[in-house]
Design a protein around this ligand. Structure first.
Ligand code: HEM
Ligand code: HEM
Length: 273
């Protein structure tokens, strides 16, 4: 879906954005203000107003995404235009500033906005790459099917552990009852779980040659290895979804911070006018 947004409607929004960038660039080059170019010339005000308009429109996307019906513009149009106008904003706002940067609220606004754009590019990469990665990782299984397989394996592991020595039974018990998926943010983002009881039990059974009868040992080992494989798939699934969620927690709050800085910028500019 997001890959196709880049070429949506024959790249209409890329073309519109390129025209916008080109016109802005030409105006900037042929504009000859008194003194050096800055946000306070007629062109500066024009580009500043345009940049602010684009900013507000891009921010509106979150509300538009969650409201059904509404204006005729389709969701795909919004999303495709969001990407390309977001990138064009970099050029429009830079020419608006006349490259006058310093340690002040105006430059803070500029860098906050750049950060939102940059995070947008990262998010777009996630949205394009992750569906494929999620599908490959699941290998045709759904999370529900994987969880059902795990509980089936757990049932078998519990049955087999009835006939083994105490230490092996304890390791298997831990694997069945204390294996965790998800948890806090770090757990969700970590694929390798160092103290995973299933991994510990698999290693224990692997190394406990001759402690219990060989046929049971092999049965335990096969099931523990299979469970480990399923766990690693589910954990990867959780990690990818978590990264997408985390990305929104960066893109959206920084959008609000940028809007607040924009208001401050406009107030300061008119206050000192
Ligand atoms: C996303 C939108 C905007 C961004 C990123 C932005 C950014 C900047 C930056 C970095 C400067 C240079 C500051 C300096 O000279 O030290 C500047 C200057 C200025 N901006 Fe904006 N601006 C935006 C929108 C606006 C709007 C909507 C207005 C007014 C309607 C505006 C009015 C001005 C003025 C008058 C200056 C010149 C200030 C001066 O020379 O002291 N800007 N802007
Ligand atoms: C200053 C510029 C930008 C602002 C203010 C902005 C703001 C937003 C907002 C408010 C959302 C809605 C999030 C939600 O609530 O679900 C959003 C989504 C998104 N933005 Fe941006 N954005 C900007 C630039 C960009 C750029 C340059 C890109 C990509 C190159 C981008 C890519 C995305 C993507 C992929 C989504 C999620 C779309 C979806 O869920 O289908 N953004 N953005």
């Amino acid at each position: 879906m997001h890959e196709s947004l880049l070429i949506y409607r024959n790249m209409r929004y890329l073309k519109i954005s390129l025209v916008l960038v080109l016109v802005t660039g030409l105006l900037y080059v042929f504009h000859s203000p008194v003194g050096s170019p800055n946000g306070g010339t007629w062109l500066g005000y024009t580009l500043g107003t345009l940049a602010a308009g684009i900013m507000v429109w891009l921010s509106w996307f979150g509300i538009r995404k969650r409201s059904f019906g509404g204006p005729a513009m389709r969701m795909e149009d919004w999303a495709s235009a969001h990407i390309y106008l977001g990138l064009a904003l970099v050029v429009v706002s830079t020419f608006h500033s006349g490259f006058q940067f310093g340690i002040n609220i105006h430059t803070l606004l500029y860098f906050l906005m750049m950060f939102v754009v940059l995070s947008g590019v990262v998010g777009l990469y996630f949205y394009i790459r992750f569906p494929k990665m999620l599908a490959e990782n699941r290998a045709g299984l759904t999370t529900d099917i994987m969880l059902t397989q795990i509980s089936e394996l757990d049932r078998e592991l519990s049955d087999f552990s009835l006939t083994v020595d105490d230490e092996t039974a304890k390791a298997v018990y831990e694997a069945v009852h204390n294996t965790k998926i998800g948890g806090n943010l770090i757990n969700q983002l970590t694929l390798y779980v160092a103290d995973c009881p299933t991994m510990a039990a698999r290693i224990f059974v692997e190394q406990s040659d001759g402690v219990c009868d060989e046929s049971t040992r092999r049965k335990l080992l096969t099931r523990l290895t299979k469970k480990e494989g399923l766990l690693s798939r589910i954990r990867k699934d959780v990690k990818l979804r978590c990264l997408l969620q985390l990305w929104l927690y960066i893109h959206v709050p920084f959008t609000f911070a940028t809007l607040a800085a924009l208001v401050a910028h406009i107030v300061v500019v008119f206050y000192y006018w």
